[in-house]
Design a protein around this ligand. Structure first.
Ligand code: GLY
Length: 388
């Protein structure tokens, strides 16, 4: 056996004491929260305590795009520990989400984030009929947003958004791949692949960076214009969008086996890694002025998940590049941004909602940062259940 055969196992094994130490800290926090935060769908924190999104009127907060991450986090912990408290909280949260189906008119393409990680994981673990129905219902809502002429999935509702597509969508389409295999009906996958192909042309730039938002022609799917999104400006480089592209494309490769998606993920990854040359935690935008310095820990955590999946899917002699890049990010997140206060709920500090937001929203805990950090650490531990 050549020295660096099984390099993935060798590197993860070497780092296992660190991985176990981090998992024990995460479990220490979440075990308590699995009980005390039951009944919430946390988005961020208030005074160190997990709290729900509260920006929509009339009881519609349940439609907020991040509401699947808490049950998803509970499922990660359940799979990792088999502690029933995690399962109970995940199932409780899944039921809370039913209200969002009733509100309906605020639902958007993020039904993928919301139900693939909640009901979708529950169904894949336990096969319950009610969870299957919820996940398939969400898949139908997502598929119905497809524009068959322009070949893209519309992101948001409302005036002016008919042709609006955002890079985040690359994570939502995993729900469609699952729906095709579950129903033995290829139409969902056709839609997912058509969308992924369009976005590869319209959002992924030749240098591997990604646009956040592009308005597309409704008939042809050709880009009309890129629009400034959550990054610094139009044409800049919002790091969370970059991580959506990186992880999203490797997931499309895993679900389809189509090599062009892996190549796209690698291109996004090389750009991401190059931008971490000085310090491994990404700035909110890789092309912003030197000050203010705004980090986005959620982008780092999501990218680390994607890098680990790339490492699993490339030939032996390429693996170390991606796996070591993921470890470098995760170690810096743990060292510099782990909330060590056991009385405070979040795992990671300094998520950035966007660049042009209040000071507070530029540096706050985000449930998806906690989710992706935990997912990445469990990947290092060898938990191979793909939640996406
Ligand atoms: N999907 C919205 C965001 O990443 O903030």
């Amino acid at each position: 056996m050549a020295d660096n055969e099984n390099i993935f196992e060798k590197i993860t094994e070497e780092n296992m004491p660190w991985t176990d130490m981090v998992l024990s800290k995460i479990d220490g926090k979440l075990k308590r929260l699995s009980v005390s935060a039951r009944g919430k769908l946390p988005y961020t924190t208030k005074n160190g305590v997990y709290s729900d999104f509260d920006g929509y009127p009339d009881g519609k907060n349940v439609c907020w795009w991040t509401n699947g991450f808490w049950p998803g986090l509970m499922w990660l912990m359940y799979v990792g520990t088999k502690d029933e408290r995690y399962r109970e909280t995940a199932e409780y949260s899944e039921e809370l989400l039913d209200k969002a189906f009733d509100v309906y008119d605020l639902l958007h393409h993020d039904v993928g984030f919301m139900w693939h990680l909640s009901a979708g994981v529950n169904y894949r673990l336990f096969g319950g009929h009610r969870s299957k129905v919820r996940a398939l219902h969400a898949a139908d809502i997502l598929a119905a947003r497809f524009n068959p002429s322009g070949k893209f999935i519309r992101a948001w509702n409302g005036k002016g958004n008919k042709g609006r597509v955002i890079i985040d969508s690359m994570m939502n389409i995993n729900l469609l791949y699952w729906a095709s295999s579950e129903t033995d009906d290829p139409r969902y996958e056709y839609i997912a692949r058509a969308h992924a192909d369009t976005v590869m042309k319209t959002h992924l730039r030749p240098d591997g960076s990604a646009h956040h938002i592009v308005d597309l022609d409704l008939e042809t799917g050709e880009p009309i214009e890129a629009v400034g999104g959550q990054g610094y400006e139009t044409g800049s480089s919002w790091s969370r969008g970059q991580s959506w592209a990186l992880y999203g494309y490797v997931l499309s490769y895993i679900h389809t086996g189509d090599r062009k998606y892996l190549d796209a993920a690698k291109r996004a990854a090389h750009y991401f890694i190059a931008n971490l040359a000085e310090y491994p935690v990404p700035l909110c935008d890789f092309r912003a002025p030197e000050t203010p310095v705004i980090y986005d820990t959620s982008a780092g955590a999501c990218a680390a998940c994607g890098l680990i999946e790339i490492a699993k899917n490339v030939p032996e002699y390429e693996k170390a590049l991606y796996l070591r890049a993921a470890l470098r990010i995760l170690k810096a997140l743990e060292k510099d941004f782990f909330d060590q206060n056991e009385n405070e709920d979040p795992i990671l500090k300094n998520g950035a909602v966007a660049y042009h937001v209040s000071e507070k929203e530029r540096a706050m805990p985000l449930i998806y940062g906690d989710y992706f950090f935990t997912e990445a650490i469990y990947k290092l531990k060898g938990n191979d259940m793909l939640f996406w």
